[in-house]
Design a protein around this ligand. Structure first.
Ligand code: PEP
Ligand code: MN
Length: 339
């Protein structure tokens, strides 16, 4: 249940409604906007009738029942789309399209510096790079761990670009948060509920990647885990799902963009690199994502994809990335966005 207070309702009226909600044994989650306060009510379905009566209270504009199982992520729970500050003032979810680029994994200082400079020169807004890598094989490169985080932080300082990197488990949330601006929860951890709850207790911006076999509803429910712990800085990332098709690594679900946008107030970005797994298809799908209304992109770029320790086949060369950025500027303008 969502309670929308009237524009400019006094503090006293708001407190009174909050008090009533709590006296019913429900929890009130307050969201104070510039114009009005929205109260998210969590409680038993049986409290529905009593809560509906709150519409008669002074200062209450409307009581809106929530039909979806996700209360905080639901578009009905908020009047305005959420804009997430992902680090150093880079805002995801506004008119500006945000491009996050970088290698799959941080490999060494030269690699991460070269790629940071290249993507920054081409207009990227954020640097990505894995230090803790979730690999299918235990024998594959697992990432440089904290040494990789140190290199990311150095690139961040040198090129003045915020950094996003994956956090794979609860134990490493603290160390990753010390170096990164934004935490990525990878596809394989989409239903690691203890991890979701724990990042929900932080104030860090979170890029939440869709799991390879999660439905849209399950994806939003995972975001709900983070939101319900009090962290509303969540960006959803479509990165392809498993289908019967084998021509691409995954099937990029572009339709997830308008669907997610119609169901939630959270920003939505697309990762065409993991979505296709093939570098020559990345640009087309990046363009498609922006045309479909995505708020940003996450793209893997490597100075020498043929030498990459992970995901080389889907990584763009810096020159290809630059070319793509030029194309994206035109698409962004066509859909009344900026890049
Ligand atoms: C990645 O971004 O490098 C990654 C491992 O992505 P995903 O979790 O989407 O597979
Ligand atoms: Mn990767």
């Amino acid at each position: 249940m969502i309670i929308s207070m009237e524009k400019g309702a006094s503090k006293k009226k708001i407190e009174h409604v909050k008090h009533l909600i709590e006296s019913f044994g429900c929890t009130a989650h307050m969201s104070e906007g510039a114009e009005r306060t929205i109260i998210g009510v969590i409680g038993d379905k049986r409290d529905k009738d009593r809560l509906t009566m709150l519409e008669a209270q002074p200062g209450v504009e409307k009581v809106i029942p929530i039909l979806t199982p996700y209360k905080f992520a639901s578009i009905e729970s908020k009047h305005k789309p959420t804009v997430v500050d992902a680090g150093l003032g880079v805002k995801i979810g506004g008119k500006k399209i945000i491009v996050i680029a970088g290698p799959c994994a941080v490999e060494n200082e030269k690699q991460i510096f070269d790629v940071s400079k290249a993507i920054k020169d081409s207009g990227a807004h954020m640097l990505r790079g894995g230090a803790f890598k979730p690999r299918t094989s235990p024998y594959a490169f697992q990432g440089l761990k904290e040494d990789g985080l140190v290199l990311l932080a150095r690139a961040r300082e040198r090129y003045h670009i915020p950094v996003v990197t994956e956090v794979m488990d609860i134990a490493s949330i603290e160390v990753v948060s010390q170096y990164a601006d934004c935490l990525q929860i990878g596809a394989r951890n989409i239903q690691n509920f203890p991890l979701l709850k724990m990042v929900g207790k932080t104030k860090m911006p979170i890029i939440l990647k869709r799991g390879m076999s999660t439905t849209i509803e399950e994806f939003i429910m995972s975001a709900e885990y983070i939101l319900s712990e009090g962290n509303s800085n969540v960006v959803l990332c479509e990165r392809g799902i498993r289908t019967f098709e084998t021509a691409t690594r995954n099937t990029l679900d572009i339709s997830a963009v308008p669907v997610l946008k119609s169901k939630t107030h959270l920003p939505v970005i697309v990762d065409p690199s993991h979505g296709t797994g093939v570098s020559k298809y990345v640009a087309s799908m990046a363009c498609a994502a922006i045309a479909a209304g995505a708020d940003g992109l996450m793209i893997e770029v490597h100075p020498k994809p043929e030498e990459a320790l992970s995901d080389g086949p889907q990584s763009l060369r810096p020159s290809e990335f630059k070319e793509l950025m030029d194309k994206l500027r035109k698409i962004a303008a066509a859909v009344d966005r900026e890049l």
